[in-house]
Design a protein around this ligand. Structure first.
Ligand SMILES: Cc1ncc(COP(=O)(O)O)c(C=O)c1O
Length: 479
C-alpha cells in the first residue's frame, strides 16, 4: 500500500486518485488503496499460488473440504459452476421446485435437463420446506438416467433437509450430490445448528458467506469433497466464471470471515442463537403473532431448523407479510430480510445486537395492537376471502415441453398474460421474495399458474424475471 510503486495498471482510479472526490472521500483511502488486481506480489484468484491459495486452503481446513474456492459473484455463480462441473449439456439432474432462481440460470447456462422434485408443502404456513430422502429415491427410480442430484438446504426460512439420508440414496447409485447451502455458511461452526452439507455427505456445496457471516456482499464459497466430481474440471469451470479483475477487498473479507469463525465462531454463534431464541419466545407471546420453532421438527420436509432465522407469521393480524414489512420499516424503523404473503423474516447473525432485537419485538407488538379492519375489496381482502374459503393453493408443477436453455434461446413473442394458458413459457417468473420461480422457460403455462400469479400480483407481490414487470404480457416460444 505504501510501497511507493508508481502505478501504471488497473484499476483506472489508481488507488483513488482518479475517482470522483465525493465517493473517494466517502469510502476513505484504505479501501481504494487495496483495490488492486493482478500485479506482481499479489496473488491471482484464477491461478492462486500465494496468499489467496493459502486463504482458500485455510477455508477448506475450516470447513472440512478437500478444496474451497472463493467466489465474488455470490452463490449465483456457485450454482452455475456446480452444474457446469458435474454435468454435460442435455444430461438430467433432479432438483427441487423451490430452488432459487439462480439455479434456473445454472440450467440455462449448462444446458442441463431438470427433473423437478416436489418439496414438502406446509399449507398452514404457505411455505415449501425441503425434499425428503423418499422423494429423492422415487425420483431416481422413475428416471434411471439422472446424472446428479441437487438440493437446497436450508430454505430461506431456515428449514434444513435430511442431507445424510439424501446423500445415502444418491451415493447408492454413485451419483454426485450438489447442495445449495447458500443460507448455511455458519452451520459448520456450532453444534446447535443443523449439520452442514459437506459433513452430511455433499460432493459439492455453496455457501453465501455474505448472507450470514461477516464478509461483504457478493462473496461466497464453493466447497468440494471426494472424487465424484472431477476436480480438474471443477477448477476449469471456476476459472470460466470468475472475473479476471477480482476485487481484493471482497476476497480479504472472505478470509477474515473464515478466520473469525475458525477462532471465535462457537462463542459468537452461541450468543446469536440465545438472542434469537429469546426473541422468538417473546414474539410468540404477542397475541396473533406466530413464529415457528422446534414444534415443526419432524414434520414432512423439516429435518432440522436454523434458530437464527425468525419467521414472523402475521396472517392472523389481518396483514399480508408485505404490508407488515412496510409498516415495520416506515413506522418502527425495522427492516426485515423478506416478506411473503403470510410472513416477514428476520435474520439474526453475529452482527445482531440486543437493542436491535428489542426494536423488533417492540415494532411487532405495536403492529399487533393496531386496529385494522380487513377491507375485502383491498388486495389483502381478496386474499383473506380466498384463504377462508380454501380456494388458495400452490400451483402444481407444469408440464415441461422444452429444455430450459432451448426455450430461453428460442424465437419468442409477447402475448397477453391472462390469455397465455397452453403456451410454452420463455422467461422465468419469480415472485420476489422469496425468489422461487413459479414458471420457467420450457414449461407449459397452465390456467392454474395464470390464476395463482394473478392473485399474487393483486396482493402486491413483486415479480422478478418477466420483461413486463406488471405481467400484462408474457414472452412465449413462437409457434
Ligand atoms: C437458496 C439460494 N441460493 C442462491 C442464492 C444466490 O445467492 P447470492 O445472492 O449469494 O448470489 C440465494 C439468494 O438469496 C438463495 O436464497
Amino acid at each position: 500500500m505504501d510501497s511507493g510503486v508508481i502505478p501504471f495498471h488497473t484499476p483506472g482510479h489508481m488507488q483513488g486518485k482518479g475517482m470522483d472526490r465525493a465517493l473517494r472521500d466517502f469510502l476513505g483511502d484504505n479501501v481504494l488503496a487495496i483495490d488492486l488486481t493482478q500485479i506482481r506480489g499479489l496473488d491471482d484468484l484464477l491461478q492462486p499460488t500465494g496468499a489467496i491459495a493459502e486463504a482458500q486452503a485455510l477455508a477448506a481446513e475450516a470447513y472440512g473440504a478437500d478444496h474451497s474456492f472463493f467466489l465474488i459473484n455470490g452463490s449465483t455463480s456457485g450454482n452455475q459452476i456446480m452444474m457446469m462441473a458435474a454435468l454435460n449439456p442435455g444430461e438430467k439432474m433432479a432438483l427441487p421446485r423451490n430452488s432459487h432462481k439462480s439455479a434456473m440460470g445454472g440450467l440455462i447456462v449448462s444446458g442441463v435437463q431438470p427433473v423437478w422434485m416436489r418439496p414438502e408443502v406446509d399449507d398452514a404456513l404457505h411455505m415449501d420446506h425441503t425434499v425428503t430422502p423418499e422423494t429423492v429415491r422415487r425420483t431416481l427410480d422413475a428416471h434411471r438416467d439422472i446424472k446428479a442430484v441437487y438440493i437446497v438446504t436450508p430454505t430461506y426460512y431456515g428449514v434444513a433437509a435430511d442431507i445424510e439420508g439424501i446423500a445415502a440414496v444418491v451415493h447408492e447409485r454413485n451419483l454426485p450430490l450438489l447442495v445449495d447451502e447458500a443460507w448455511g455458511p455458519h452451520f459448520h461452526f456450532h453444534p446447535a445448528l443443523p449439520v452442514d452439507a459437506l459433513e452430511a455427505g455433499a460432493d459439492l456445496c455453496i455457501n453465501s458467506t455474505h448472507k450470514m457471516l461477516g464478509s461483504m456482499s457478493q462473496t461466497a464459497m464453493l466447497h468440494a469433497k471426494g472424487k465424484r466430481v472431477r476436480i480438474d474440471r471443477l477448477k476449469g469451470v471456476v476459472k470460466l466464471f470468475l472475473s479476471t479483475s477480482p476485487n481484493l477487498v471482497l476476497i480479504a473479507s472472505l478470509d477474515v470471515a473464515r478466520k473469525q469463525m475458525a477462532l471465535e465462531g462457537a462463542a459468537l454463534l452461541s450468543r446469536t442463537i440465545d438472542l434469537a431464541q429469546e426473541t422468538r419466545r417473546r414474539l410468540n407471546e404477542i397475541p396473533g403473532v406466530y413464529c415457528f420453532g422446534e414444534e415443526l421438527r419432524g414434520k414432512p420436509g423439516v429435518f432440522d431448523l436454523d434458530p437464527t432465522k425468525i419467521t414472523i407469521t402475521v396472517k392472523n393480524l389481518g396483514y399480508t407479510g408485505y404490508e407488515a414489512e412496510e409498516i415495520l420499516r416506515r413506522r418502527y424503523n425495522v427492516q426485515c430480510e423478506l416478506a411473503d404473503l403470510f410472513n416477514c423474516l428476520a435474520l439474526f447473525t453475529i452482527g445482531t445486537t440486543a437493542e436491535a432485537a428489542e426494536r423488533l419485538v417492540y415494532g411487532v407488538a405495536q403492529l399487533a395492537r393496531e386496529d385494522r379492519p380487513i377491507d375485502v375489496f383491498s388486495p389483502s381482502g381478496v386474499l383473506q376471502r380466498r384463504l377462508k374459503t380454501g380456494t388458495y393453493a400452490l400451483p402444481t408443477i407444469p408440464p415441461i415441453r422444452m429444455n430450459p436453455r432451448d426455450a430461453f434461446l428460442a424465437p419468442t413473442e409477447s402475448v397477453r398474460f391472462k390469455k397465455s394458458a397452453g403456451r410454452i413459457c420463455a422467461e422465468v417468473i419469480t415472485p420476489y421474495p422469496p425468489g422461487i420461480p413459479v414458471i420457467s422457460p420450457g414449461e407449459e403455462i397452465t390456467q392454474e399458474i395464470v390464476d395463482y400469479l394473478d392473485l399474487e400480483l393483486r396482493a402486491g407481490v413483486r415479480m422478478q424475471g418477466p420483461y413486463d414487470s406488471e405481467l400484462r404480457t408474457i414472452r412465449v416460444v413462437s409457434r
